[in-house]
Write a protein that binds this ligand. Structure first.
Ligand SMILES: [Zn+2]
Length: 702
């Protein structure tokens, strides 16, 4: 620590409270040379957090145990817009707060253990979300310090023991073991215990109306699968293969699961697919699927990816963004290995091929990115990272790779790592330097396309696939026999490719091939027909109608639309056939059905107002953002807004999830251009709360 700074700070403190805002500015400058982790080690945080639903704020009490590592007089906790309420410190430690930090000031003696406690409140703008009847947190990229004073630096690993106070009828999930539930009046305090330290971005809790299914891994780790009680029929399909994935990863990684237990929780309006909070993964409700939805969009990959992070990211953690692929590349790769166990080798190579195509195309445009560039895109960290590990394993061999992974995890457990730490562990077992691998796959920004394709060609399936896809430029007459062969007991991917090559060809030649594709009864080959054959020839009408019954909501929705357009005289028949089908969690089929029913004039005219009010109702905040987004889009096309739906639109424009917020703002901006709506919105603005009314005014008068 720079002595000059200490003198300045004491002088400033003496000048009184009005200068206090200057302190963090001064300190930020100094700390660019020395990170706080070199000065202090926070060991434990015990925090009790009580969310206040009505005000969307939290009340907290926290106790921090720490040791300073060198002589110093002030240390901080990150605490964004946190108000200190009551301070309790025995050892003459002064505790003050600025808008971003809480400062602990005293004459600290190295290696002595200190404890401080304080209570606080905060109204978090991010990192903690009140969504309908749920509350949940998201630390990564959003900073836990918005609701719990902690350290945003991932290099300080702390044992976090949370207690959450919630209404008596709610269920709470947080990191670690649930020790006690203490009931008092209308509230319950849920006390959790962690045994090991972690970075603060992995701290989490959720409150909601959950039920759970309990499993145990072969190694005896308790696994809890949470779900909303309204979707109990989807639990098996959503969490299918969970124990298999858990057991597989423990064996494949070769190091026992590092934590006490594991929980998975689907939350409302989640802005990512999943988040690997230590022992408590949260994920998007979009992956809550029934058996039909499972074949279109299942949780298996995310399930394995977030679980793999419990080792790669949580157990060992990057020192900084430069090494982000040590989290995402590893989680992506190990998830792919788990999927290979479940779905087979063809699936594994197909996914590698798909990502190679994306990486190669970006690289060919000169936009390739190095894995060690902290500003690279997700595609690089996730997919190129997984590719680097695939290539590395091929190079050094399976056995050496596995030994190195095990050594690496054991050596750096509960610590922070760099890419060199990993590579040197592999080099130690391999007995040779990995200089070329490092420069080709980690440092170089261009994707090694040729090397990737050589590796893919080890798969017979990929070879067969390439033979068929190479026929794209060939005339139908010259490839008809090959396509026929591909559609006879087809492989999922090769069969799809064959169907796509029929698109736009002369129907008199392709009808027989389409019939073969229908008769294959392969779900994905039939889905390819729905997605590519938009105007349906009479000769295929009967077969096409059978798609409405396929076990895929993507196929059903697409087929309904294409049949409705191709055979206008039978619109009612198709609507009757699909009445009551909901589809995915976002009700894709039901909402599409409502839209079609509303624009089919002669279809049940007496039910039109019911249909419209059902569609409008789906714009309400009591539904998830995915449902609302579709409803708002259809209402926009139909231009059938009532006041309630307009209020819901304005609410959606201020949603925490930026994608949903953005699509809603586009709809609102379009409405404002229409004078009659503009005037209506001006009137409605008078009934809004201040925040919403300010927002609307900004949109109206920009
Ligand atoms: Zn990840």
């Amino acid at each position: 620590m720079n002595p000059l700074y200490i003198i300045q700070k004491i002088k400033l403190l003496e000048l009184g409270i009005s200068y206090r805002w200057l302190i963090p500015l001064l300190i930020t400058g100094i700390y660019s040379h020395a990170q706080q982790t070199e000065i202090v080690d926070f060991i434990r945080v015990e925090a009790q957090v009580k969310p206040i639903y009505s005000e969307k704020k939290v009340l907290g009490t926290a106790t921090y145990t720490f040791q300073t590592l060198q002589r110093c007089d002030s240390i901080f906790l990150d605490a964004v817009d946190v108000n200190l309420l009551k301070v309790n410190s025995k050892k003459k430690i002064s505790i003050t707060s600025t808008n971003k930090k809480i400062w602990l000031v005293s004459n600290f003696i190295p290696y002595k253990t200190y404890t401080v406690s304080f209570s606080y409140d905060a109204t978090p703008k991010q990192a903690l979300y009140f969504t309908g009847d749920q509350i949940w947190t998201q630390g990564q990229g959003k900073y836990t310090s918005h609701w719990l004073p902690s350290l945003d630096d991932m290099n300080d690993k702390i044992e976090f023991d949370l207690s959450i106070v919630a209404p008596k009828d709610k269920i709470v999930i947080a990191n670690g073991n649930l020790l006690n539930i203490i009931e008092k009046g209308n509230l319950k305090t849920w006390e959790f215990d962690m045994k090991k330290p972690m970075s603060s971005y992995l701290v989490a809790f959720a409150v909601g109306d959950f039920e759970k299914k309990e499993l145990t891994s072969t190694s005896d780790i308790p696994i809890e699968l949470y779900y909303n009680n309204l979707v109990s029929n989807k639990v098996e399909s959503t969490y299918r293969y969970t124990t298999a994935i858990f057991d597989y990863l423990e064996t494949e990684i070769g190091v026992p699961y590092p934590w006490q237990n594991y929980k998975q929780v689907p939350v409302h309006d989640f802005m990512y697919a999943g988040m690997e909070n230590t022992t408590a993964t949260f994920f998007s409700e979009a992956f809550v699927v029934d058996s039909i939805g499972f074949s279109d969009r299942n949780y298996v990959n995310i399930n394995a990816h977030e679980l793999a992070h419990q080792w790669f990211g949580n157990y060992i953690t990057e020192t900084e963004g430069t090494h982000h692929w040590l989290h995402e590349g590893f989680a992506t790769y190990f998830a792919l290995l788990a999927e290979r166990q479940i779905f087979g080798d063809d699936y594994y190579y197909w996914k590698l091929f798909q990502s190679a195509e994306q990486l190669a195309s970006i690289s060919n445009e000169g936009k390739g990115e190095s894995l060690l560039n902290p500003n690279s895109s997700s595609l690089t960290f996730y997919e190129k990272g997984a590719w680097a590990l695939h290539i590395l394993k091929e190079k050094v061999g399976e056995e050496i790779f596995k030994t190195a992974i095990k050594n690496y995890l054991e050596k750096y457990q509960f610590k922070n790592v760099t890419t060199d730490d990993f590579i040197s562990e592999v080099e130690k077992v391999y007995g040779e330097k990995l200089t070329d691998f490092k420069s080709d796959w980690l440092q170089q920004s261009a994707f090694k396309t040729e090397q990737a394709y050589q590796s893919l060609m080890r798969s017979n399936f990929i070879n067969e696939f390439f033979k068929i896809s190479a026929l794209r430029g060939t005339t139908l007459t010259n490839k008809i026999l090959e396509l026929e062969k591909a559609l006879n007991f087809p492989n999922d991917f090769i069969g799809q490719e064959a169907v796509y090559q029929l698109d736009g060809e002369d129907l008199s030649q392709t009808i027989a091939l389409y019939k073969m594709a229908f008769e294959s009864n392969n779900l994905y080959v039939r889905q390819a027909i729905a997605l590519s054959l938009i105007s349906i020839p009479d000769e295929l009408k009967v077969e096409y109608e059978s798609l409405l019954k396929d076990d895929s909501y993507v196929t059903q929705e697409t087929a309904l639309g294409n049949l409705w357009v191709s055979f206008p005289e039978e619109k009612s028949k198709y609507l009757n056939a699909m009445d009551g089908v909901m589809g995915f969690q976002d009700k894709n089929i039901r909402q599409f059905w409502l839209f079609l029913a509303l624009i089919t004039e002669d279809y049940k005219p007496e039910k039109k107002s019911d249909q419209l009010s059902e569609l409008r109702q789906y714009t309400s905040p009591k539904y998830g953002n995915a449902i609302r987004e579709i409803a708002l889009e259809y209402l926009g096309y139909l231009n059938l807004w009532d006041d309630a739906a307009l209020f819901n639109l304005i609410d959606a424009c201020q949603h925490h999830y930026w994608r949903f917020q953005k699509s809603s703002r586009v709809i609102l901006a379009n409405l404002i251009e229409d004078d009659s709506f503009r005037n209506r919105l001006i009137l409605l603005g008078k009934e809004l709360d201040t925040t919403s009314s300010n927002f609307l005014n900004k949109m109206l008068y920009k």
